[in-house]
Design a protein around this ligand. Structure first.
Ligand code: AMP
Ligand code: GLY
Length: 427
């Protein structure tokens, strides 16, 4: 099955930079473009100023550039039917159609699916009105988790430590409308305890491949303190997932999830990213995402010996069963370099100086960067760069990544100093 020769990557984050780099490294040397891309992607591939959620604009761009494969990075375009529109125009695209994207775009849809197919997940109830929600809260222990149903850019989940905090979250969502339509329905879910881990599957109908396991650090500050973020750093493999546990996750979570989705009549072709809590009673599903994680992708793709483009293409064409996944034994670690203040307010437009030389097996993935009018690299978002290194040990990968973090310059540079610490300290 020949690989596509002209590829469009949709999105503008570190994940998309990693996808662009992986496609550029594919043996057939395809032409790769991005929309809208970012400052770092633009140094490697033509970027077109079309927003990721401009569905007609992306379809028109793909037609104009004679693209034969579109890879959609973020969840919003998936949830509004970008892949449906591309397929209708005859353009193969990686990522679920709108029906599959609901698994991320509606936490209630997913909870009902998990319950229907008895896939392990926290007990939860659904509310649209405040009084019954508050009555339910009084019957549950704290901490308790309040979730807006729809997409909320990672902000729609409140892990409330007290009943008062939970009540505020319920009122903010149902009465205050802080998440707009996304929060018109809420899920109140028991709190799970344990370590979180990210499972990525490349899915094609009933077939799937399990990608290397990663762990993300979600809190902004060292020692997992401070506000929740999109992710401040990742590492892979995650050794908390032993081979036995992985077999259990596959048996109890992955296979049943893929089968449940297919049984619902969804022909899912794309990434299913399962957020798991490893509880003392076993692995439980926190959420599904229907795209690659960011910054999980930055540590997963560099560890693949199999061409990631071949995987995504095979999944899209329904040919995944013929592919064998090969993973490098190396450890990978990614440190997110953010602008101080993220995930709250932070400065933009600061000029960035990258180190002139990088250690071996090290990559600078750009997230919130842009090229200014003079073509100079400037910051343009909260998470600015992802510094990823591979090595034969996690410690060596960490040393390499942090040496680059120390050497790069911009005024509000901020990063966590303890990415990977959980695993490094366990030994
Ligand atoms: P979600 O978007 O549903 O994964 O939630 C975002 C984050 O909130 C997760 O990564 C967890 O850290 C936390 N979270 C979500 N649901 C629960 C839960 N039931 N118990 C504990 N933490 C949770
Ligand atoms: N790093 C978590 C996410 O991509 O949702």
């Amino acid at each position: 099955m020949p690989l596509p020769a002209r590829i469009l990557v949709v999105g503008s984050g570190g994940r998309e930079h990693a996808l662009v780099k992986a496609c550029l490294a594919s043996p057939g040397r395809p032409r790769v473009i991005a929309a809208p891309g970012n400052g770092g992607i633009a140094l490697e591939a033509p970027c077109f100023p079309v927003a990721a959620d401009d569905v007609p604009g992306i379809v028109a761009l793909a037609q104009r550039e004679k693209i034969d494969f579109v890879i959609v990075g973020p969840e919003v375009p998936l949830s509004i039917g970008l892949v449906d529109a591309l397929l209708a125009a005859g353009i193969p695209a990686y990522g679920p159609k709108r029906d599959g994207a609901r698994l991320e775009a509606s936490k209630i849809f997913t909870k009902q699916l998990l319950q229907k197919y008895r896939i392990p997940t926290a007990p939860a109830a659904i509310f649209t009105e405040v009084p019954p929600a508050l009555a339910y809260l009084r019957t549950r222990p704290v901490p308790i988790v309040v979730k807006a149903d729809g997409l909320a850019a990672g902000k729609g989940v409140i892990v409330a430590q007290t009943a008062a905090e939970a009540e505020t979250a319920v009122r903010d969502m149902l009465e205050g409308g802080i998440f707009g339509e996304s929060g018109r329905r809420v899920l109140i879910e028991d709190c799970l305890f344990g370590e979180e881990t990210s499972i990525h599957l490349i899915v094609s109908g009933s077939d799937y491949l399990l990608l290397p396991i990663a762990q993300d650090h979600k809190r902004a500050g060292d020692n997992d303190t401070g506000p929740n973020t999109g992710g401040m750093g990742t590492y892979s493999p995650a050794e908390v997932v032993t081979p036995d546990l992985l077999a259990r996750i596959d048996r109890e979570i992955c296979r049943p999830s893929v089968d449940a989705i297919a049984a619902e009549g969804i022909d899912f072709r794309g990434t299913l990213f399962i957020g798991l809590m490893l509880t003392t009673e076993g692995p439980q599903v926190l959420e599904y995402n229907t795209r690659f994680g960011d910054p999980e992708t930055q540590v997963i793709l560099p560890r693949l010996a199999t061409d990631p483009l071949a995987l995504m293409w095979a999944a899209t064409r329904g040919r995944l069963s013929g592919i064998k996944l090969e993973v490098k034994p190396d450890y990978a670690l990614c440190v997110v370099v953010a602008a101080r203040g993220y995930p709250g307010h932070y400065p933009k437009g600061e000029s960035i100086t990258l180190p002139p030389v990088l250690p071996p097996e090290t990559w600078v993935f750009h997230a919130g960067t842009a090229l200014d009018a003079q073509g100079r690299l400037v910051s343009a978002g909260g998470r600015v760069l992802g510094i990823c290194a591979c090595a034969s040990s996690l410690r060596a990968a960490s040393d390499r990544a942090y040496s680059v973090c120390a050497g790069l310059k911009f005024a509000s540079k901020y990063f966590r100093n303890d990415i990977g610490a959980r695993q490094l300290n366990r030994k």
